[in-house]
Design a protein around this ligand. Structure first.
Ligand SMILES: [Zn+2]
Length: 231
């Protein structure tokens, strides 16, 4: 079902040649907010923005959690977006975007730091699940970025695995001008933009971006206002 909708929508985007297929898609696919179609990055981004608007207003609908959806996703997954977010417990993508089962392929690491495992997970979703949109979701008061700011200021690197994380973020912090405002937040934004750039230029992901099959968008979630800034 999901796959046929994907093909129908893509056909409709190709113009009249796909008109017959496009009309085969149920009209409800366009109007039903709880059954997202996955025609591409623009539609995916719109669904995320709508979901965050509901979350921000305490009007979440918790879509796609019911029995039918559970039965449907047991047959396979067809997520319409990938969210690479921080591991922070206060920023679960399904909640802040008000989505449900099978909607979002989520990959989380502190500070959205990339390593081979994270890149492997992201690439799997792009290559095999044909996810059309990646959102790199940083957030205000990020502890991982804050630790990198501390290292930048003190010269002291945390030991072990946490030190590895901080090292990955440190280059962004060092490249961000400290203009006396909210330096941590400037680094949070710069880090999300940087990670998005790394993904766009990755050898295995770049062909998907260049051919228009994949959009990558950095963003920042606000722990106080509950909204997402699109960077
Ligand atoms: Zn964080």
């Amino acid at each position: 079902m999901a796959i046929s909708r994907r093909h129908a929508l893509r056909a409709s985007l190709l113009g009249s040649a796909g008109a017959a297929l496009a009309t085969a898609a149920p009209a409800s696919a366009w109007a039903e907010p709880d059954a997202p179609f996955d025609g591409g990055a623009r539609q995916a981004l719109r669904l995320l923005k709508e979901g965050n608007r509901r979350w921000r207003r305490f009007a979440s609908r918790h879509p796609n959690e019911g029995r039918n959806r559970r039965i449907e996703v047991a047959q396979g997954q067809n997520p319409f977006a990938l969210v690479l977010g921080c591991a922070d417990s206060r920023v679960p993508p399904e909640l802040v975007f008000d989505r449900g089962l099978g909607d979002l392929f989520t990959v989380r690491s502190a500070g959205e730091v990339l390593d081979s495992s994270v890149l492997g997970s992201v690439t799997y979703a792009v290559e095999h699940l044909e996810v059309p949109l990646i959102v790199v979701l940083g957030h205000s008061s990020c502890g991982a970025v804050s630790a990198a700011v501390d290292t930048h200021r003190t010269g002291e690197l945390p030991h072990g695995h946490v030190g590895y994380l901080v090292e990955q973020i440190l280059e962004v912090v060092e490249a961000t001008p400290d203009e006396g405002g909210d330096f941590l937040d400037a680094c949070v934004r710069a880090n999300a933009v940087h990670v998005a750039d790394l993904l766009r230029t990755d050898d295995e992901l770049r062909p998907f971006v260049e051919s228009g099959r994949l959009d990558i968008v950095p963003a920042r979630y606000d722990l106080n206002g509950y909204g997402v800034d699109w960077l």
